[in-house]
Design a protein around this ligand. Structure first.
Ligand SMILES: *Cc1c(COP(=O)(O)O)cnc(C)c1O
Length: 357
């Protein structure tokens, strides 16, 4: 048996989730966010499965080039924009859109010589205090962009830090700050990530930017993905490589801090933090063995986890173990590990085979 850890990617579920975006934001264009290898799902395969996306959002030039080399001629937006002077030539050569969020990027564009038209998305900081120009500088930034030869369309964007919390008033305030800032400027506008697509309809504007909801993670705090009609796209699985009878008092795994409370059957599954299963998942975290729940026992190792098979008397070497996905929401596993679905999904390691169905 070759290493059994694999992630099954259900492209129909991806398409279903995309249709949820269309349903929630019927008047907006859709920029599908596929940075970080499409949140771990495979950049090119995910892009190919989204023929109705109006644009793709990626984090860096390399991701964009992979798409162009795979034959995509749709709009691609570099969400963090240019990093170096060399990027100016690349974005122009590969016909990529860039986000501009900082004076240094404006300077790169002013100094570089564009040979072909370039579209830019000006990012405003409306309260996240991470990236973006101050809302008051919109007219000055726009005027400088207009002076750059070959600079074509200018669009405006901002990002929400708290849209997952439907009681948080910072989202409507940020929206207002944004709308005031761009009130006298022509150009398309975009604010909404997945949480805002589902939770804050008046932020949809010209473009929406779904990420996690495409992959079936819940973007809203306290709401399950199923209750939002989102389907899991990735199912991470592996197999048992050992099943052993242990005695009451036996300590399991590194540190020995999980001790069998009684005689127990303990399974060992071939997956660990080296594959992206979170090391901070504590004993008791749910896994599925042959489709039925079981609990992690002891610390996660690099290549293995141990599982308490109390209710699985017939479990055998070779049986299927599911870590998250169909039947076990990634959000639940993430919560148990003190993390978020985003981190678990994009952390799936390169030695895990991706299989598309
Ligand atoms: C990653 C990202 C998104 C997508 O966010 P989700 O919460 O995954 O929907 C949208 N916009 C920008 C600028 C991003 O960087």
């Amino acid at each position: 048996m070759t290493r059994p850890a694999r992630a099954r990617i259900n492209l129909q579920a991806l398409q279903h989730n995309f249709s949820r975006v269309q349903q929630a934001a019927p008047h907006s264009k859709i920029m599908a966010i596929i940075k970080a290898n499409a949140y771990g799902h495979g950049l090119v395969r995910v892009a190919q499965a989204l023929p109705d996306a109006d644009a793709f959002g990626v984090a860096c030039v390399d991701e964009a080039i992979s798409l162009r080399e795979a034959g995509f001629d749709r709009r691609i937006v570099l969400l963090e924009g240019l990093f170096t002077a060399e990027d100016v030539g690349l974005v122009n050569g590969y016909q990529l859109d860039v986000v501009i969020h900082h004076e240094s990027q404006l300077a790169l564009l002013e100094q570089g010589s564009l040979l072909r038209p370039l579209d830019v998305w000006v990012k405003l900081d409306t309260g996240m205090h991470r990236l973006g120009f101050s809302p008051g500088s919109v007219n000055a930034v726009t005027a400088r962009l207009r002076d750059i030869p070959q600079l074509a369309n200018i669009r405006y964007m901002s990002h929400f830090p708290c849209a997952d919390d439907l009681d948080n008033s910072s989202t409507p305030s940020q929206r207002q700050v944004f709308l005031d800032a761009v009130a006298t400027t022509a150009g398309e506008q975009t604010l909404a990530n997945s949480a805002a697509i589902l939770g804050w309809p008046d932020t949809h504007l010209d473009w929406v930017r779904p990420g996690i909801m495409l992959y079936g993670g819940s973007p809203l705090a306290g709401r399950s993905a199923a209750s939002l009609d989102l389907q899991p796209v990735m199912t991470l699985g592996t197999r048992l490589i050992a099943v052993n009878a242990r005695r009451a008092g036996d300590a399991i795994g590194y540190g020995g801090d999980w001790v069998c409370p009684a005689d127990r059957l303990i399974g060992v599954a071939a997956i660990g933090y080296g594959d992206g299963y979170p090391r901070h998942a504590p004993s008791g975290t749910t896994v599925l063995v042959n489709g039925k729940t079981a609990a992690l026992a002891g610390r996660v190792s690099m290549d293995m986890i141990c599982i308490d098979l109390s209710d699985h008397a017939n479990a055998n070497v070779g049986d299927e173990v599911i870590l998250w996905g169909e039947g076990l929401p990634v959000d639940e596993v993430a919560a148990a590990a003190g993390s978020i679905s985003y981190e678990l999904l994009c952390g799936v390691g390169s030695r895990v085979q991706l299989e598309y169905i």
